[in-house]
Design a binder for this molecule. Structure first.
Ligand SMILES: NC(=O)c1ccc[n+]([C@@H]2O[C@H](COP(=O)([O-])OP(=O)(O)OC[C@H]3O[C@@H](n4cnc5c(N)ncnc54)[C@H](O)[C@@H]3O)[C@@H](O)[C@H]2O)c1
Length: 510
């Protein structure tokens, strides 16, 4: 979907207007509390007591993003652990002025207090000396469950990156252990802590969009041109860090790398490209967006999924540049899936279905990533986690569409409704809309995790059960593409007490 700057500004204004109607007053009345925006929106307070003593396990690209945004009033970083020495160094020095600032800049002189470990086991061996209470885990997907389980066995609270685990069985093990040990287990689907998404979900809950029959989510990237895939990191890594390359190859040879879950050094560095270590496009990108779609549809579980996935570009002689032809990845390079979600009346009439399509590809990035929610009253467009645009549907009584500015009025049933008026003038963003600097939710997710650890509250917005539902959607979509069939979701898969899981289901896998 390509919109002119004027149409985008109109959509932004519309969103601000619609959201502002009730939330403006709410924010004004709570602003005096002095907590941050996340606390205001998601109902937690400033932390009373000391910040939670936390270690980061896996300080690669994402670990560094989280470290840059970690909330110092809630979380004290006491240690970091990574198998790759160069990534430890980068975690101190930083590698990006905003996204990956590094501990020296973030903590100032206190960075010297942060201890370094060369893997999570050496770190856990020192947990008592460190006075460790919690860990943030940002290692490759195949190691989420093993590392999280070792940490919980050691009595630590866990905030683990998404996708929760590589299998639903492993998700269930994690949930059961956290419950048995009375530990917090949070998973990093940050849209649960994004004020923008909270506002958008509020509009859908209020019925402002009417009946939602279709959500189209996509994350299209072009990794074929002008240069090759950013997920293929080995060559650049080997060139920039020959000592790390040698270390990992030595670990590969003496078998110690295997003990950490990697057959060889390349699979540790390029983990996203291999089935053994990653979960493909659906796990890496799609899981976030299916998470959002299910929030917009009232946090319901889907009914069924089908789809096509293929390795249709990489590794084919004569197709694309030489680097693409020589690419040895396992994972599909494009996926197209269709989910059926239950509508509000589904129990009474199973034709009440909302369709969610998801696509991700590697050879075109014309459209920015996001989700478009098509309702009978309005269309909501979420763009790159940073912008929300809203357009009213036209009716006989009043115009609508992407040129129309709207305002929210009281509907006949007491909730908000939309009206619109013609304008050809470019709209400016509404002051009543969401904050200009939009947080993607990382900071709020860490704040709330620490708040729940310190207070003991069971209020995590993306706890094990919520995150397992996201994992079930992504992993079942992968099975539907693998077996080329339509798969119906079973309630027992979503129940942590049941051992049932899609990957072991005979009907699914026969
Ligand atoms: N929430 C989001 O938006 C988001 C975005 C990007 C990545 N992620 C997730 O974050 C995780 C990490 O992704 P990444 O891009 O940072 O990958 P990365 O390869 O850049 O970093 C992973 C790091 O983990 C280290 N590691 C592996 N096993 C270890 C162990 N046992 N002990 C210590 N260190 C270990 C590796 O050496 C590496 O430095 C993945 O699960 C990914 O899906 C989430």
């Amino acid at each position: 979907m390509q919109l002119t700057p004027e149409q985008q500004a109109t959509g932004k204004h519309n969103f601000g207007q619609a959201v502002g109607v009730e939330r403006r007053e709410f924010l004004k009345s709570t602003a005096a509390a002095g907590a941050g925006l996340g606390a205001l929106y998601f109902g937690y307070n400033k932390l009373k007591g000391k910040p939670v003593r936390t270690a980061f396990i896996g300080t690669g690209d994402e670990g560094n993003v989280l470290i840059s945004e970690h909330p110092v009033d809630y979380m004290e970083i006491v240690a970091i652990a990574d198998l790759r020495p160069a990534n430890i160094e980068r975690t101190f020095k930083g590698s990006h002025p905003v996204a990956r600032k590094g501990l020296i800049k973030v903590l100032g002189p206190d960075h010297t207090k942060v201890q370094r470990f060369s893997n999570h086991r050496d770190l856990l061996a020192k947990k008592d000396e460190l006075g460790l209470e919690a860990v943030v885990i940002a290692v490759p997907l195949n190691q989420h469950a093993p590392v999280a389980i070792e940490c919980m066995e050691a009595g630590l609270h866990v905030l683990c990156e998404k996708l929760m685990a590589k299998t639903v069985t492993a998700c269930k093990e994690m949930i059961r252990l956290a419950e048995k040990k009375d530990l917090k287990l949070a998973v990093g689907h940050q849209r649960h802590y994004s004020v923008l998404y909270a506002n958008a979900a509020y509009l859908t809950e209020q019925g402002v969009l009417g009946d939602i029959k279709f959500i189209r989510a996509q994350w299209h990237r072009n990794n074929s041109f002008p240069k090759s895939d950013a997920w293929q990191k080995w060559d650049a890594f080997a060139k920039a860090h020959p000592e790390d390359k040698k270390l990992l190859i030595d670990m590969e040879k003496d078998g110690s790398l295997r003990e950490f879950g990697y057959d060889n050094a390349r699979k540790l560095v390029d983990w996203r490209l291999y089935n053994e270590t990653g979960g493909g496009l659906m796990a890496e990108l799609g899981s976030h967006q299916l998470d959002a779609a299910s929030i917009f549809l009232g946090k319901v579980h889907p009914v069924a999924v089908q789809g096509y996935g293929g390795k249709n570009f990489f590794g084919i002689e004569g197709v694309g540049p030489k680097s693409a032809q020589e690419d040895t990845r396992d994972i599909d390079d494009q996926i197209f899936v269709t989910f059926e979600f239950p509508g509000k009346q589904y129990e009474q009439n199973n034709r009440d279905i909302s369709v969610v399509t998801y696509s991700s590809m590697n050879t075109n990035r014309w459209e920015p990533y996001g989700e478009a929610v098509f309702g009978s009253r309005a269309t909501l467009v979420m763009k790159t986690e940073k912008e929300a645009l809203l357009y009213k549907e036209a009716s006989k009584a009043s115009p609508g569409g992407i040129e129309q500015r709207i305002w929210a009025i009281e509907g006949t049933n007491g909730g908000a409704a939309l009206d619109s008026y013609e304008t050809s003038a470019p709209a400016t963003a509404s002051k009543s809309g969401p904050a200009e600097t939009v947080s993607r939710g990382y900071k709020e997710e860490m704040e709330h995790f620490c708040y729940c650890v310190r207070t003991g509250r069971n209020e995590l917005r993306c706890d094990g059960r919520v995150a397992m539902a996201d994992a079930i959607m992504a992993l079942t979509a992968n099975l539907a593409m693998k077996h080329k069939k339509r798969i119906e979701f079973k309630d027992s898969w979503f129940d942590p007490a049941s051992d049932d899981a899609p990957e072991t289901d005979v009907q699914v896998n026969s």
